[in-house]
Design a protein around this ligand. Sequence first.
Ligand SMILES: [Zn+2]
Length: 131
Amino acid sequence: MHDDGGGHVTGIRSAEQLERFRELLLAERREAEERLAEQSEGITAVREARSDGSVDDEHDPDGPTMSQEWSQRTAVLHDVEHELVDVKRALARIDDGTYGVCEKCGQKISVARLEARPTATLCIDCARKVR
Ligand SMILES: [Zn+2]
């Protein structure tokens, strides 16, 4: 069963490896969900501060205004939402047995690449062509 020779890509071969990636993705999902909750809370706080007339938006001209903070937070929120979608898709691929397979060419994605980016859906070659 040892065929590590040559320079070909080493994809996921064992159920243990797959489980390891599932754990990794579950941890990432937990973390993303926490950040999402945190950002949502922050946005609610900003929204409340804005609707509360006692906060003067122009008070500190050098500091970030409420609207700046608002857009920063919503931008982060969108990033985390995207990340969460990617992580959930990756987990679904683990369940249906297509995890670690390039969506474009059907080749195995290298374990090294998946370790760096567990949500990767393309092999390194296809990813290079896309960008
Ligand atoms: Zn590919």
